[in-house]
Design a binder for this molecule. Sequence first.
Ligand code: NDP
Length: 487
Amino acid sequence: MSVRTRSDRPATLVILGASGDLTRRLLLPGIGSLLAHEPDRDVRVIGADRDSRPDGDFEAEVRAALTEGGAGATCVDRVAGSSSYVSLDATDHGALTDLLRAAAAPAPGSEAAEHDGERRVVLYFALPPAVTAKVCGALCDVDLPAELHLAMEKPFGQDEDGARALNALVAQLVPDDQVHRVDHFLGMTTVLDLIALRFANRMFQAVWTGEHVAGIEIAYDEQIALEGRAGYYDHAGALRDMIQSHLLQVMALATMEPPASITERDLRDAQAAALRATRLWGGSAVGASRRARYTAGRVEGVDDGGRAVSRSVPSYVDEDGVDPARGTETLAQITVEVANSRWAGVPITLRSGKALGGANKHVALTFAPVRHLPGGLTGADPEDRLVIGLNPDTMELRVTTNSLDDPLALGQSVLRADLRRASLAPYGEVLAGILDGDGMLTVRGDAAEECWRICDEVLAAWDADEVPMEEYPAGSAVPEGWGAALG
Ligand code: NDP
């Protein structure tokens, strides 16, 4: 589905952190995916970091990444050819002044130079979070281009107070509708499908309430283990890495009230209202949260890219770079309630973990049983369920039917749909909106604070050891008793 209104205005994307993992693996290929769909899009890329790269080095990287993302050769030549690289310390306000002046100026030799005065400049913070905060401070002393847009990566702050302080700092620079807190889950095909499924289907619209839904599970169980990312992950853990940002954003889309229109303002209002109404189930992190970490084991299956995985994984605490004293969890689950008239009393379980055997990545609604089962029907009434796969992109509706051999005995039938389309990579979808100055698929400041509010209470209980750390062997299914909504 197309959720965007495309703008024809040219844009310059300035990436602070050009040599980083995010830029190489996700951002530049994301632009490649966008250009595969919109080859005439006018985007200029400027990369910056503290390295001092030889001439042509960054251009070659851009060229390779755009090609990897699917952009055609002519388009790659044009966009990579207009890209440039600057070596700087992004916390230095003099260097930032020069960089932003260059970003807003016509590209040297650009055929479209006459349009360059109207270029929208997007400053993308692909930086370590502590550096991002310093750069925002330095930008306070810089004469900013008109209508500068800021794209900020997760984590946005380290807790609710930190997110509020960062929001206040950023508010000194540009209005909030020019700040894009990036969460690429909002660009996933089936996450966006929630909008059409919920609001353009009478049969789902009618039953998408606590009257008919007994529980919701939003899970993103990964097979990959630490994969050398201890430097980041051991300080974050599964709750901060996945639930605090991605899964709460998905939950907001799955539970929000119907917006009057699918536009930045209405959609963000509806999402923020759902998050504001969210409470821990039972009012306490003890009982509403679980945490665990993996011990040694073997992971077999298929990874996020559809590749077969079969590898031995050491115990998390024995992984390179892990400090066991930090007590970092690799599997986290919280159960919440959206305390409003639509959802009160419905448990919503959010879970994510690493090195798991079963790849459950979905939004799953379990429907309540019918109020009265006509006499004469035999057998237990199986739970009816709608499961929207987040990777791969699928939809599965489990409905009660008669069993194969007895028309009066209850059984279950499964209707499956493949929702994969030739759609943009999630980063491409999100970047398209940002380059167009449309924040609809990015996170508003108040929503970012709400996500931390929900998780801070859990993190405090975990820090106080009020919730035990469980263990699971790498490659095993989610431990017994987890995943409340699906039983
Ligand atoms: P990396 O550590 O791989 O890259 C950081 C980049 O920032 C490097 O290019 C580094 O280059 C540059 N940098 C650091 N300090 C400065 C400075 N003072 N001035 C200019 N450049 C600087 O981090 P990631 O790419 O992994 O992550 C970047 C952001 O994206 C983080 O906020 C992260 O949480 C987020 N993110 C990352 C994901 C991923 O999969 N990697 C996924 C989702 C979000 P140099 O040191 O040469 O200056």
